[in-house]
Design a protein around this ligand. Sequence first.
Ligand SMILES: C[S@@+](CC[C@H](N)C(=O)[O-])C[C@H]1O[C@@H](n2cnc3c(N)ncnc32)[C@H](O)[C@@H]1O
Length: 232
Amino acid sequence: MLKQEMPAAALAVPSYLEETYWWAYVHPKAVQIFERQWLVNLILWGNFSRLRDAALDALGNELTGRTLQVACVYGDLTAKIQQRLAPDARLDIVDILPVQLANAQRKLGKDARIGLIHANSADLPMPSASYDRVLLFFLLHEMPEDVRRATLAQARRMLKPGGQLVIVDYHRPSPWNPLYWPMQAVLRTLEPFAMDLWRQPIHTWLPADIAPEKVHQRTLFGGLYQLLTLTV
Ligand SMILES: C[S@@+](CC[C@H](N)C(=O)[O-])C[C@H]1O[C@@H](n2cnc3c(N)ncnc32)[C@H](O)[C@@H]1O
């Protein structure tokens, strides 16, 4: 059965979510408006399925053991992960907003293999080395640098030895990409922290014990998006 593992009132909503992303996640009508796969697909220039499937393929066809998805995602990504779970596997989903966890629960239905954890990704309550794989899907670009660093450190802390981290997010496209200037305008206006991912590779915010050569990066859609995988 899905359950929330901490009381909803115990955690403050981070200021960047309140100030920058209230319209997308925090406002009571946000889920009603944005929980539409066609809309998420439009925001990603028609690439939702491609990016979702790239993340799924990186995670693996059959997910045994314990998987952690850090932050809820609009659309059917988590339902597709659910379909890949082995009968005795576990998927935990963390989010800071109870409304997003409730939406995930509604999408996933009753499933004893799935847990919903109300927590801040920068300060996770689970013990170290608890998961075989961790997924961060379009989360890091929404965060100020200190929260991004802390989230990556926590994701790394969650991994068992040999565990895998999968990240999908924005990336600086080639200047020849027709979306270079329009996307820059969109991101500067609506997603101010996202430009950090255009300026710097994600591995520069990873904990120091992860050597950059352990990180495999592939870009998609003319370089506008990136998929990172690393095994600890
Ligand atoms: C994964 S990101 C963006 C995903 C993508 N844009 C989509 O289509 O949904 C959005 C989620 O991250 C959550 N989130 C943001 N900052 C967080 C934090 N510090 N800890 C936990 N969850 C966080 C938000 O509440 C929201 O549900």
